[in-house]
Design a protein around this ligand. Structure first.
Ligand code: NAD
Length: 496
């Protein structure tokens, strides 16, 4: 496997890479194509198959055959395949990392970290595949024994966003395959290449091609409508915007499909006077800057207690100003470009709108000339509530810092949002940290820590951030149904 220290090497790889969808029995060479754009240059890097919707029925029949096959593999058999997949992802880490940096823009080191994070989900679910516990119960009234067992739900459609091109597909796929489901993966149109690579790894590791298809398309709405209007589809796992998630809830009504929705975030990051300042600032940088701020769990609102606010803001601004912005392929780069020109324009409008309304900026926020959709960080204070940025999911390296006086005020303001994905609390007083963490209406909490996801534990939000979990035992249960056997057991009198 080649490694990719340079863009030229990656171009050479792409020149021979199969950019057709992965649908057994389909001749992808006849499909129309759509361009994948490198956000660091704004130029096209590959032409990917635009799979026609007329293939949806074929795709579904294929997945149904795939389910018949894969669900009959023993738990140990599925476990072995997933363990191999974890290993192979790491063997191909440079290919994955370079491809993600190319189509999404994140620095190579972060892309490598995403591959390791994704491999962790395959490893965890390879271990979990053989531990799908049920139960055996005595009916309280006597006369029966109740057996509870879990079964794979069936064909699953996985719809993923562009911001973590590998991790979002990996953690859904690992759980779905461990449960015994077959998968149709539909990646975001901005980042389809990484999902094609993932499909290849899984088939090479031993997943039957019918049980793992990858549909690349520029018409996501059309494809999801077509697949969801087929009653053979039993499950949809979606990560993306609340707007689209809400539409999928309506679409799932026709055939009562099971849903998991990982939607938008509005994470509060609370820093109390007694916080370890260095730890809080370091975590703030991680939470805000990782993935260029384009993460659903990114700190969206910094709320800092008055006694520490000035110092925290000054330190954070210093750290943000020291970051290097540039191509993810360049040495020493901390921040790649935003995903698109449109996203760049929207964020620029949010920042300039807040400045016009009287906000102050403690960072340079000078924007480099194109090409590419690069953006320097900003740190805004005194942001009025009327500014659009106060209620937006920012999705960029822009920190908005406000202050609070009391823990009660901090919790009330943190909870003043319909979203509820991640939250962060920084305090060295365990009672305060834990008490506030309990009071926040979110699904995942960082306590004195800026990273929250782990393969072994359930990740997911509440409210407008969706429902369902990824990771942990709960993540696999989202791809299973629970069945109960009621066994008549009148008495044991015949034993004498
Ligand atoms: P998006 O909703 O536009 O797209 C997400 C996916 O849905 C893509 O694959 C896209 O092609 C597809 N899609 C778009 N329109 C569709 C439609 N009408 N029907 C079916 N599918 C459709 O979101 P995005 O801009 O790609 O991602 C950013 C959003 O995702 C942010 O709001 C972010 O918070 C959220 N996100 C959430 C998590 C999480 O775990 N909660 C993780 C990453 C991103």
């Amino acid at each position: 496997m080649p490694t990719f220290p340079t863009l030229d090497a990656h171009d050479a790889f792409l020149a021979t890479f199969d950019t057709g969808a992965r649908i057994p029995g389909a001749d992808t060479s006849t499909f129309e194509r759509f361009a994948v754009v490198d956000p660091a240059t704004g130029g096209g890097i590959a032409q990917v198959a635009d799979t026609p919707i007329s293939l949806a029925a074929h795709c579904m029949q294929t997945a149904t055959r795939g389910f018949d096959n894969w669900s009959k593999h023993t738990p140990r058999g599925r476990s072995n395949v997933l363990a191999r997949a974890a290993h192979m992802l790491l063997e191909r880490i440079d290919t994955f990392a370079a491809t993600m940096t190319r189509e999404m823009g994140k620095p190579l080191e972060e892309a490598r970290a995403e591959v390791r994070f994704s491999a962790d989900y395959f490893r965890w679910y390879s271990e979990e595949a053989v531990r799908s516990h049920g139960g055996y119960r005595e009916a309280p009234g006597g006369g029966a024994r109740l057996i509870v067992t879990r079964q794979p739900v069936g064909v699953a459609l996985l719809i993923t966003p562009w911001n973590f091109p590998l991790a979002m597909g990996a953690r859904k796929s690992a759980a779905a395959l461990a449960a015994g489901c077959s998968v149709i993966l539909k990646p975001a149109e901005a980042t389809p290449l990484t999902s094609l690579l993932l499909g290849d790894v899984l088939v090479d590791a031993g997943v039957p091609p019918e049980a793992f298809q990858v549909v690349t398309t520029s018409d996501s709405a059309g494809w999801s409508r077509a697949l969801m209007s087929d009653q053979q589809l039993k499950k949809v796992s979606f990560t993306g915007s609340t707007r689209v998630g809400s539409m999928l809830i309506e679409q799932s009504a026709q055939h009562i499909q099971k849903l998991s929705l990982e939607l938008g975030g509005d994470a509060p990051f609370l820093v109390f006077d007694d916080a370890d300042l260095e730890r809080a600032v370091e975590s703030a940088v991680i939470s805000k800057i990782r993935n260029g701020g384009q993460a659903c769990v990114a700190a969206n609102r910094f709320l800092v207690q008055e006694g520490i606010a000035e110092e925290f803001t000054a330190e954070l601004a210093k750290r943000l100003n020291a970051l290097t912005v540039g191509s993810g392929f360049a040495e020493g780069v901390d921040l790649g470009p935003l995903i698109s020109e449109r996203a760049h324009g929207q964020v620029n409008d949010l920042v300039t709108g807040a400045l016009e309304l009287g906000a102050a900026n403690a960072c340079a926020f000078t924007q480099p000339d194109g090409p590419g959709f690069f953006m320097h960080p900003a740190l805004l204070t005194n942001v009025p509530e009327t500014a659009s940025i106060s209620s937006a999911e920012i999705f960029a390296p822009i920190a908005v810092v406000g202050t609070f006086r009391t823990p009660a005020e901090a919790v009330a303001r943190a909870n003043d949002t319909p979203f509820g994905l991640a939250g962060y609390v920084f305090s060295q007083d365990i009672d305060q940290a834990f008490g506030v963490a309990h009071a926040l209406n979110v699904g995942v909490l960082g306590i004195n820590k800026g990273l929250v996801a782990d393969a072994s534990s359930p990740f997911g939000g509440i409210g407008y951030s969706g429902y369902g979990k990824e990771g942990g035992v709960e993540g696999m249960q989202d791809f299973q149904t629970v069945k109960q056997f009621n066994l008549d057991m009148p008495s044991a009198a015949f034993l004498g």
